[in-house]
Design a protein around this ligand. Structure first.
Ligand SMILES: C[S@@+](CC[C@H](N)C(=O)[O-])C[C@H]1O[C@@H](n2cnc3c(N)ncnc32)[C@H](O)[C@@H]1O
Length: 410
């Protein structure tokens, strides 16, 4: 997967000919930033921006590392909030380019699907300091009435603008979020991966980064429960990471809250045709953040939000590529399982199920399964999503379910 990344904020400039242009400096690179997009066909790929003039797209050619350009605007950029979207178009021009090309993992238009678009909000003609990835959630059942708009169905995740690859989305998170979004209304798939057996559910994300997996799970959990005939009264999703990730994760939680609230209201309205005053009303999915470093987690040293609950699910994506941190990570999973088991008397979750997504990058990562086995975790793969790459060897994302029945032995 390649990502269009802004290397500096977009700016509005006026040329000598008094034309207004958007000035952009971007690259198209992988999540690790270790290779650049190189279409292996003779024609260059088009990179377009909205609301710039679409007739003169930017040309990204194989071998390029950076693209600096001025894009002519069709009309002066308004002072009100405007979203500028930058996206790639495949060589097949008959296909309409989508500004949100990465939701489906079916890859209909391979090139467009595999170059992830980016957007920025401009207010007062000044670019916000974060770029945004937009992740559409599945639409609600009654969308046909036109009462809702796109924003109510999309999660926006802010990323840093610039060269650093920290605080970005990663392939395994993106693909797994897409897979869960696509499958959340399938009873069979959800019962296998995200079984909902009671009306309160607690989900914790480890190494959340900008929060793509956790916020998506928060967005789809009501649908996943409904597909299994459950109505959730309460759902808690707690994102965790090291403190450097906190600011960006919290900002993305704030972005997601409005969407989650809207969806919850909608689900409640749909489900409450005959409302009983005495019935407990479902609450919106609660999305929170707390720091959790695995070096502390492996010792069972958790913050107050982790301690407060038993965790039905732990989710994590792209956290297993650094072999040195695997013992602390696996130790944290076991400590969380032990913590949840201690709630057993209260008739709440006892066994923590883990959903782990990874894009294997090198053979040494296999050490994960040895460490898991040593601590009593059984693993099974529930989904493999092929990840074709333009101009390079194909990859894939694997989603595992890990379960451990006994508590105690560390
Ligand atoms: C490759 S990123 C993946 C981020 C996110 N899960 C995603 O899929 O986009 C790995 C994440 O693990 C976090 N991480 C690494 N070591 C950690 C540790 N010891 N404790 C907690 N988080 C850690 C990093 O801060 C980073 O956010």
């Amino acid at each position: 997967m390649h990502y269009i990344r802004l290397l500096r904020p977009v700016s509005v400039e006026t040329t000598n000919r008094r034309e207004e242009v958007l000035s952009v400096l971007l690259t198209i690179t992988t999540d690790l930033g270790d290779s650049f997009f190189g279409p292996d066909e003779p024609s260059p790929s088009a990179v377009l921006a909205y609301p710039a003039d679409q007739k003169s797209p930017l040309q990204w050619r194989a071998g390029m590392r950076v693209l600096k350009a001025q894009l002519r605007l069709r009309e002066p950029l308004p002072r009100e909030k405007t979203t500028v979207c930058i996206f790639a178009r495949g060589s097949d021009r008959s296909k309409t380019p989508s500004v949100r090309p990465y939701w489906r993992h079916g890859y209909e238009d391979e090139q467009a699907e595999l170059v992830v678009s980016v957007s920025v909000d401009m207010a007062n003609r000044t670019c916000a300091p974060v770029s945004l990835r937009t992740l559409p959630l599945p639409r609600q059942a009654d969308d046909g009435d036109g009462a809702s708009n796109e924003d109510e169905h999309s999660l926006e995740l802010g990323e840093d603008i610039g060269e650093s690859i920290a605080r970005h989305i990663w392939d395994a998170g993106l693909v797994t979020a897409s897979f869960l979004g696509d499958s959340c209304r399938s009873a069979a798939v959800m019962a296998d991966i995200l079984p909902v057996r009671r009306d309160r559910i607690n989900i914790l994300e480890l190494g959340c980064g900008v929060g793509i997996l956790g916020t998506t799970v928060a967005g789809i959990i009501q649908d996943a429960a409904a597909a299994q005939g459950q109505s959730l009264l309460e759902a808690q999703v707690l994102l965790t990471d090291v403190d450097e990730a906190e600011e960006r994760a919290r900002a993305n939680i704030a972005r997601a809250e409005e969407v989650l609230e809207w969806r919850q209201t909608h689900v409640s309205e749909e489900g409450n045709g005959e409302e009983d005053e005495s019935e407990e009303k479902p609450r919106p999915v609660r999305l929170e953040y707390e720091n959790l470093d695995w070096d502390d987690g492996r010792q069972g040293a958790f913050g107050p939000l982790v301690v407060a609950r038993a965790w039905d699910f732990v989710v994590l994506s792209d956290c297993t590529y650094n072999v040195d941190s695997l013992p602390a990570l696996v130790g944290t999973l076991s400590a969380l399982h032990k913590h949840s088991h201690s709630f057993q008397d209260d008739d709440v979750a006892a066994d923590t199920r883990v959903i782990l997504a990874t894009k294997p990058r090198h053979a040494s990562e296999e050490a994960l399964f040895g460490l898991l086995g040593e601590q009593g975790w059984a693993h099974r793969v529930v989904k493999r999503v092929p990840l074709p790459r333009v101009g390079a060897e194909d990859e894939g994302v694997e989603v595992y379910v890990l379960e451990r029945k006994e508590s105690g032995q560390e």
